[in-house]
Ligand binder design. Structure first.
Ligand code: NAP
Length: 333
């Protein structure tokens, strides 16, 4: 076992765009678990747009502070256990931060199946898959034949949302940055149309892509794209608000989207915010359905795995810049 624990510390809170020098790599000794605790080794650390939002203030978790080990979820292996329900070799999901090893209370950690590839535990069978599944089906409530639009469509959540909407018999329109992403989404992932929001007037482009309007909009980005979608909603449409990545990496926008609440009233829209944990009592059934779709080839899983703990800062900066296709994570061990 390595005797050194590498940790990536959030050295300073960013005021503008996140940059490599906001982080610092330090090395220290391993801690030993006490009663009821486990020593964990990170196998894969998840990169999430929300990592950046946590630097702005409290969200569904407390805000990050300068000087602390950067927070992040991981698929981790139990190395040593002083808890009855976990043994060395077990895999768990843990909020262990950007480091090789961590000692954590075992309470709340449960063993995960050793399926292949393990990376699927962080993508389609992890937060991304469940967020896409519950956000679309519980909040968006799409019906066969309807038009579903999704932003950050080539990202980890968006790529699954679009495919699940296809499985449910909907027409699917993605919104993503760059022509190459659009071509890929249509060729490999069954999207019917894709709007490149970097190419100009998104509201007009969405109108062309959705001539009868949008029934369900799955919003990952907020801001101007939310506004463009709002103006294209059909009466009685549903908007599932999943996240607001357009406002994570920098100062808060000076103004909010226009059309709120006017269009929400006149078009009788339902706008639902959600956090994936809200639905965890239905997790097992959701995972079973996701697995069925993956096994039958109806749902393709895209993963973007980067090797090496030291690359976590650049991997997060790159995710915010749209480098990734599908679920980005870093392989640590
Ligand atoms: P991701 O979608 O894999 O990656 C983020 C993507 O956002 C990038 O690839 C980039 O693609 C796009 N993006 C970045 N800046 C943008 C901007 N200004 N305007 C439009 N698009 C932009 O990341 P993720 O971690 O899976 O997160 C996706 C969303 O889900 C986030 O809003 C996150 O907070 C949310 N989320 C919510 C929950 C929940 O429970 N509610 C759970 C998990 C995740 P382009 O090339 O297309 O720009």
């Amino acid at each position: 076992m390595a005797e050194i624990n590498r940790q990536i510390v959030l050295d300073q809170l960013p005021q503008g765009k996140l940059a490599p020098d906001h982080f610092r790599l330090v090395e220290g000794p391993l801690a030993a678990p006490g009663d009821g605790e486990v020593l964990l080794r990170a196998r894969y650390i998840s990169l999430d747009a929300a990592n950046r939002a946590w630097m702005q203030g409290a969200t569904y978790r407390s805000a990050l502070n300068a000087g602390q080990v950067m927070a992040g979820g991981a698929l981790a292996e139990v190395i040593e256990s002083k808890a009855d329900h976990l043994k060395p070799g077990d895999l768990v999901f843990a909020d262990m931060g950007w480091q090789d090893f961590a000692v954590l209370p075992a309470k709340g950690l449960s063993p995960q199946p050793r399926l292949e590839p393990l990376t699927h535990l962080l993508s389609v069978y992890g937060v991304a898959g469940l967020t896409a599944y519950f956000g679309l089906l519980k909040c968006g409530r799409p019906r066969q034949g309807e038009t579903v639009a999704v932003s950050a469509a080539a990202g980890s959540v968006g790529l699954l949302v679009g495919q699940i909407a296809r499985i449910k018999g909907c027409r699917v329109v993605g919104i993503a940055g760059g022509a190459a992403k659009g071509a890929l989404l249509m060729k490999d992932y069954g999207f019917d149309a894709v709007v490149d929001y970097k190419a100009g007037d998104t509201r007009r482009a969405l109108r062309a892509a959705c001539p009868d309007g949008i029934d369900v909009y799955f919003d990952n980005v907020g801001g101007d794209i939310f506004e463009a979608a709002l103006f294209n909603m059909r009466n009685h449409g549903r908007i599932a608000c999943c996240g607001a990545v357009s406002s994570y990496d920098g100062a808060a926008p000076a103004h909010g989207p226009r059309g709120v609440p006017g269009l929400i009233v006149t078009r009788r829209l339902t706008v639902t915010g959600f956090v994936v944990m809200d639905f965890y009592d239905e997790k097992d059934a959701a995972l079973a359905e996701l697995k069925g779709w993956v096994d039958s080839g109806q749902l393709k899983v895209a993963e973007d795995v980067i090797d090496g703990l030291e690359h976590l800062p650049s991997a997060l900066i790159g995710l915010l810049a749209g480098e990734n296709i599908g679920k980005r994570m870093v392989k640590v061990a």
